[in-house]
Design a protein around this ligand. Structure first.
Ligand code: 4AD
Length: 430
């Protein structure tokens, strides 16, 4: 019977065969412990010399790290193992021997590990992070499907820039200029006018020269957009959605969180509603905290966001930023034209901004003016303006950065570990 490690619970007391890799091993003269992994989980295989005989025991002792094998054995319950099971080995067949696997159980530097990312992914820690990433994606589809959203896929090759022109990846599109998408938002606005409530999930590209623990050149974003939703409605979707993904990870990734040493008590508290603070109040707060240099109209850097987030135990919305700091499409506050109806959601524990969102301008004339003020090519935005010409409605949306969210929920310091093959300022390989 060929099974996976995830299935062993159904086969207690039976003999099974598992296709696996040898993650690690230790042995004495009489017994060998094989740490086996097959992608679905980890299990310890125990090879007892007196039971398997001289030849098989020798073969087990000679196994090298990351060799691939078929392992046959009896499934036993074992309360000491984190998985609850152990395999008493009765047979071994080596599929391919691995010679001198570069990532040994000793400590390695980050650059070395990043150079070997194609192999590093096999480690327990990376396995746990990828499983949490997967759970967040699963819970995302679940949340939006359960709330009547339609998944829409915006293009990756685009002719216009939603988030400003300085960070665009330029390419040629036959005879024209084209850019890699830095946000699907403008297309999602068109989709919301057709389908009501929509969401996208896809890669985005930003030629940002930032070398921080929060920046990737290629990252994945979830972008919902809702027709007839105003500022408040938008925040409600965000807090319900973020609470849902956190609670789903807590429920379905206990082992992974444990392996990463995540303090889950902090995550348990992440339930709607989330606290809010206006940009104005945030500036006052920062002054009180000793950030005397920052003045109204300045953008917040990572230390400012961290200081604000530290005074809350849940994610916090910073709302109503100055218009001058934000992209052209954001709706000004009717009471105070110098601020926009936007919010950034800042994760707790120093993980920074995970969501940027806003109500969008739905007035044709105002939007045309903004496009001009931002010196964008009106021709490239002609189709976008037409959304305001034909049955314009108030609408809102947001973008959640997947990798920053994975970093926060997993408690992983740097976003480079939250995406299978990170694209960083100086890294295009592997
Ligand atoms: O705040 P941003 O730039 O918002 C937008 O792109 C909107 N058009 C989204 C929308 O309303 N549909 O980016 C949204 C999120 C950020 O909060 C952050 O989590 C993530 O995307 N993000 C990055 N993640 C990793 N590396 C980078 N360089 C990132 N830039 C933004």
């Amino acid at each position: 019977m060929k099974i996976t490690i995830a299935e062993v619970g159904q086969f207690v007391g039976q003999e099974v065969t598992i296709g696996a890799w040898l993650a690690n091993k230790r042995s004495s003269g009489k017994i060998a412990f094989l740490q086996l992994r097959d992608g679905t989980g980890f299990i310890q295989g125990v090879v007892v010399k007196s039971e398997v005989g001289e030849e098989l025991f020798k073969a087990a002792k000679a196994l090298t790290q990351e060799s691939s094998l078929y392992v046959t054995g009896m499934v036993q319950e074992d309360t000491r193992s984190p998985f609850g099971f152990e395999l008493t080995v009765t047979g071994l067949e080596v599929i391919a021997e691995a010679v001198d696997y570069p990532i040994t159980p000793k400590e390695h530097g980050t650059e070395f590990l990043m150079d070997h990312r194609h192999l590093w992914l096999r480690s327990r820690r990376q396995h746990a992070v990828m499983k949490i990433r997967n759970e967040i994606i699963r819970a995302t589809y679940e949340f939006f499907n359960d709330h009547g959203f339609v998944k829409v896929d915006p293009p990756i090759l685009t002719g216009s820039a939603p988030e400003g022109t300085s960070e665009l990846f330029h390419t040629r599109y036959f005879e024209e200029d084209a850019y890699l998408s830095q946000s699907g938002q403008l297309y999602m606005e068109a989709a919301a006018m057709a389908l009501g409530k929509v969401f996208s999930f896809g890669p985005t590209f930003r030629a940002e020269k930032s070398k921080t623990r929060r920046h990737l050149i290629e990252f994945w974003m979830i972008e919902p957009e809702m027709a007839f939703y105003e500022f408040e409605d938008n925040l409600k979707v965000q807090e319900d959605y973020v609470a849902h993904i956190v609670q789903s990870v807590l429920k379905n990734c206990r082992l992974e969180l444990e392996r990463l040493g995540r303090d889950t008590a902090k995550l348990e508290q992440v339930k709607a509603p989330f606290p809010r603070i206006t940009y104005d109040k945030a500036i006052e707060f920062l002054h009180e905290k000793g950030f005397t240099d920052i003045k109204w109209g300045d953008d917040f850097g990572a230390p400012h966001e961290t200081a604000i987030a530290e005074s809350f135990d849940k994610p916090v919305f910073i709302t109503h930023y100055p218009t001058s700091l934000k992209p052209f499409y954001m709706q000004p506050d009717k009471e105070r034209e110098e601020v926009v109806l936007c919010a950034d959601l800042i994760a707790p524990e120093g993980y920074g901004e995970i969501i940027g969102g806003s109500e969008r301008i739905h007035d044709l004339q105002l939007l045309s003016e903004r496009i001009k003020e931002h010196q964008l090519d009106p021709e490239a935005y002609k189709w976008y303006l037409e959304l305001r010409k034909y049955g314009s409605v108030p609408h809102s949306g947001f973008g959640l950065g997947l990798e920053r969210t994975v970093a926060w929920i997993s408690g992983v310091e740097h976003v480079r570990e939250t995406i299978p093959f990170p694209r960083l300022l100086n890294r295009l390989y592997p």
